[in-house]
Ligand binder design. Structure first.
Ligand code: ADP
Ligand code: MG
Length: 348
C-alpha cells in the first residue's frame, strides 16, 4: 500500500470575509520509502498540503490516507508521521542529548532503550561527541541535524520536512542536501520534502509534484520534469527555458525567420526549448532540424558555460535566453559571429 494518499484535497480559508482556496484539489500517491518533494513558488499551497498530511489542518474537502487508513479526522499525535520545520524549534536550555531524547522520555520509554536509540540516531546524523552541547553552541547545519534526529528517534513511518534548509547558506545547504538523502536511505522511511528551490528538488527526489496556485501541474521524476515539462509553468519554473509561441501549420511553427518542427500539432502551440539543446552557428542546418535566425544581443560568461541572449530576426518576443555550453560538442557555435552581433542561426 501507499505511504501517503491525498484524494482531491481542498483547503479553503476565510480571509476578510472571502473564501480563499489555498489548495484547490490535490491528489497524491506517495510510495513507502520514497523521497517525495512538493516544489513550487511561495504561496502555491505547499505548507498547507503538508499540514493536512500531518493533521494540523483538516481539509475542507477530500481524504487523507496514511498506509491505507483514512486519517482525515485523526489528530496529529495519533498519526504516524513527524514534521521538521525551517525554524528548528529546539529547546534552547536543553543539551543535544536531551533534545533528541525528549519525545522518548515523554512516552516513558525505558532508560536503556532511550540510551540506545538516541545514541544510534546521533550517530546517523553525525553528531556523536556533541551530546552535551546546547543548540546555541552549534552551527545552523548542526542544529538542523539535531532537529532531524529528534524527529526520527520516534521512528515515524513518514517524515515531513517543510523547507528545512531554508535558513542555511548555499554551501551548507548543498552539503545538507546530500546528507539528508543519505540519512533517508539509511533509515529507509518515507520523506515528504517541501521546497521552492528547483535544484534542491531535482537533486534529492525520487519524484516531484510541481505545484502552482493550489494545484499540482506535474508529478514525475526529476528527469521527466526537466526534459518533458507538462506545462509552460513547469518549463519556466524548472531550469532555464526558451518559450516560443505561435500558430503551427503543417507541423511547423514559422517563427524568428525560420521554423520550429512540431510534428502532429496544428494551431496555437507553445514550445519550450532547453538552452543546452540549442546550437548557435552562422549557417543553415542541412539536416532538417529546427532553426531560427537572430542576432546575439549579449554574451555572458558563466564559468562552465556562456549565456547567449539572442534577438530573433522577426522581432518575436520568443527567445528569452539561449545558452550554448562552453564545450566542444557545441562546435557550431561561432564566437566571431557572436562577438560582432551578425546574423546567426540557432539550431535545435
Ligand atoms: P506555500 O507554503 O507554498 O508558500 P501556503 O500553503 O503557506 O503556501 O499558502 C497558500 C495560500 O494560502 C497563500 O495564498 C496563503 O496566503 C494562504 N493561506 C495559508 N494559510 C492561511 C490561513 N491560515 N488563513 C488564510 N490564508 C492562508
Ligand atoms: Mg510554505
Amino acid at each position: 500500500t501507499s505511504a501517503i494518499e491525498l484524494e482531491n484535497v481542498v483547503k479553503e480559508y476565510l480571509s476578510h470575509g472571502e473564501v480563499v482556496q489555498a489548495v484547490k484539489g490535490v491528489s497524491l500517491d506517495i510510495a513507502e520509502g520514497e523521497f517525495f518533494s512538493l516544489l513550487g513558488p511561495s504561496g502555491c499551497g505547499k505548507t498547507t498540503t503538508m499540514r493536512m498530511i500531518a493533521g494540523f489542518e483538516a481539509p475542507s474537502k477530500g481524504l487523507v490516507k496514511l498506509h491505507g487508513q483514512d486519517v482525515t479526522n485523526v489528530p496529529p499525535n495519533k498519526r504516524d508521521v513527524n514534521m521538521v520545520f525551517q525554524s528548528y524549534a529546539l529547546f534552547p536550555h536543553m543539551s543535544v542529548w536531551d533534545n533528541v531524547a525528549f519525545g522518548l522520555k515523554q512516552r516513558k520509554t525505558p532508560q536503556d532503550e532511550i540510551k540506545r536509540r538516541v545514541g544510534e540516531m546521533l550517530e546517523i546524523v553525525d553528531l556523536t561527541g556533541r551530546e552535551k552541547r546546547r543548540p546555541r553552541e552549534m552551527s545552523g547545519g548542526q542544529q538542523q541535524r539535531v532537529a532531524l534526529a529528534r524527529a526520527l528517534v520516534n521512528r515515524p513511518r513518514a517524515l515531513l520536512l517543510d523547507e528545512p534548509l531554508g535558513a542555511l547558506d548555499l554551501k551548507l545547504r548543498q552539503a545538507m542536501q546530500i546528507e539528508l538523502k543519505r540519512i533517508q536511505r539509511e533509515v529507509g522511511i518515507t520523506f515528504v520534502y517541501v521546497t521552492h528551490d528547483q535544484n534542491e528538488a531535482l537533486t534529492m527526489s525520487d519524484r516531484i509534484a510541481v505545484m502552482n496556485d493550489g494545484l499540482v501541474e506535474q508529478l514525475a521524476g526529476p528527469r521527466e520534469i526537466y526534459e518533458r515539462p507538462a506545462t509552460a509553468f513547469v518549463a519556466g519554473f524548472i531550469g532555464t527555458s526558451n518559450l516560443l509561441a505561435g500558430s503551427a501549420t503543417g507541423g511547423e511553427l514559422k517563427i524568428g525567420g525560420g521554423r520550429v518542427l512540431v510534428p502532429g500539432h496544428e494551431g496555437d502551440v507553445r514550445v519550450t526549448v532547453r538552452p543546452e539543446k540549442i546550437t548557435i552557428g552562422t549557417e543553415e542546418p542541412s539536416n532538417g532540424l529546427s532553426a531560427v535566425r537572430g542576432t546575439v544581443a549579449e554574451v555572458v560568461y558563466l564559468g562552465t558555460y556562456n549565456s547567449y541572449a539572442v534577438s530573433l530576426a522577426d522581432g518575436a518576443d520568443a527567445t528569452e535566453r539561449s545558452e550554448g555550453a562552453n564545450q566542444t560538442q557545441h562546435g557550431n557555435r561561432d564566437d566571431r559571429a557572436a562577438a560582432r552581433g551578425g546574423t546567426i542561426i540557432t539550431v535545435f
